[in-house]
Design a protein around this ligand. Structure first.
Ligand SMILES: NC(=O)c1ccc[n+]([C@@H]2O[C@H](COP(=O)([O-])OP(=O)(O)OC[C@H]3O[C@@H](n4cnc5c(N)ncnc54)[C@H](O)[C@@H]3O)[C@@H](O)[C@H]2O)c1
Length: 370
């Protein structure tokens, strides 16, 4: 199969869809790989690194899209990339369709085959291709939160760990999955007083058993969250209902009961955000203020640490990339049902129920198209 790897063009996005090691694996299975010029530089990989393992280099993204049967990317295609996508081309990347009607429409119109990393599943009920990026984003969420709590950054001027005789920061984490757990561990490691809220009682039980003493768990409800808000310094949004829009857990009205300069970090922004006042931001302009509350809502947080993130992503995407290339997407999805769960839009049809529901589009079950 001919595989193309374009350069990412999202604001301050320095990741690339696959490392040279991953390319070498694909080539060892008899496939051809074409990488866009300097696409890996931000992640620490030169053109030469890709040439050395047998890839070719294309000068422009247009060449890559025209060449490839399968495109391997990191982030969802942006409007500048929509027209480059070829009829029936397989696009293997993060999409997060529920947060963008225009992306959904464009992919339907392009007749593309959209395999979304974020809805591929595993036997344990997890999302194995989302997990490493969630680990990165979770850890970053507390780092960023700590920074924006500083007064010169617009925050209320509280140190995460406090000091002798002065209480640490109060950190609320909404969602105790991968992002929430990693955010909690970093915040707790900095000495903050952390509470994790989740609606899944089993998850709460698991977390309670393994977390350090300065992390408390709480079964989530809108009233429990509201009660906690007046004393919170930092709130991290980390909920997920796979494929669907994130539920809104903090309303604009509730910002008034919070302390001025408190910080909201909405990691769930890629699924539409879990605060009513969330709007997606970029690494260039990561924050904005609503009613004296500082918001951070960067949709591609792991892009800030590309050397870590590219390797972590490639570690989990290459295996399925090989299967897709060896068998073709239809046969690979027939053989591996967890991979088939990644299919969101296929040649004009929405085959992921949650995406169809968000936009009231007709839903076609995957089995009907395989
Ligand atoms: N902004 C970024 O750069 C970035 C990067 C990686 C992941 N993410 C996003 O972060 C979010 C979380 O990802 P994850 O991997 O941790 O998911 P996850 O599935 O591991 O965890 C989500 C948790 O949210 C809980 N939850 C669901 N609804 C809830 C509610 N109403 N109240 C409280 N808890 C609720 C679930 O029980 C689950 O434990 C996703 O939207 C993901 O796409 C964003």
């Amino acid at each position: 199969m001919k595989i193309g790897v374009p350069k990412e063009i999202k604001n301050n996005e320095f990741r690339i869809g696959i490392t040279p090691d991953g390319v070498q694996t694909l080539i060892s299975h008899g496939h051809d790989v074409c990488v866009e010029n300097n696409a890996g530089v931000g992640s620490g990989f030169s053109n030469h690194d890709y040439l050395k393992v047998g890839a070719t280099i294309a000068s422009y993204s247009k060449e890559v899209y025209q060449y490839a049967d399968m495109i391997i990317k990191v982030k969802e295609p942006l409007p500048e990339e929509f027209d480059l996508i070829q009829e029936s081309q397989l696009i293997y990347t993060f999409f997060h369709f529920a947060s963008s009607a225009s992306l959904t429409k464009a992919m339907i119109d392009r007749n593309a085959v959209c395999l979304a990393y974020e809805t591929i599943t595993d036997d344990q009920g997890g999302l194995p291709l989302l997990t490493p990026m969630s680990e990165v984003a979770g850890r970053l969420a507390s780092q960023q939160g700590a920074k924006y709590l500083e007064s010169p950054q617009g925050g209320l001027g509280v140190l995460m760990g406090g000091v002798s005789g002065v209480s640490p920061a109060d950190v609320m984490i909404l969602g105790g999955g991968v992002v929430g757990t990693q955010a909690a561990l970093v915040a707790a490691g900095m000495g903050a007083d952390v509470t994790i809220y989740d609606i899944n009682p089993n998850r709460i039980e698991e977390l309670q058993a393994i977390m350090p003493k300065n992390i408390t768990t709480c079964l989530s409800s809108l009233s429990a969250i509201e009660k906690h808000l007046p004393k919170a310094h930092l709130v991290i949004g980390a909920v997920l209902v796979p494929g669907a829009k994130a539920p809104k857990l903090i309303t604009r009205k509730q910002l008034r009961i919070m302390q001025k300069g408190a910080v909201l970090v909405d990691v769930a922004v890629d699924q539409g955000g879990c605060f009513e006042t969330t709007k997606a931001t970029t690494h260039q302009n990561p924050t904005y203020v609503v009613d004296d509350i500082l918001h951070y809502a960067v949709a591609n947080m792991p892009g800030a640490v590309p050397q870590t993130s590219t390797k972590a992503l490639s570690n989990v995407t290459v295996d399925y990339a090989v299967k897709l290339a060896n068998f073709g997407w239809q046969n690979a999805c027939k053989q591996f049902p967890h991979l088939a769960n990644g299919l969101n839009i296929v040649q004009g049809k929405v085959v992921h129920r949650s995406v169809a529901e968000v936009f009231s589009l007709p839903f076609v079950p995957v089995k009907n198209i395989l």
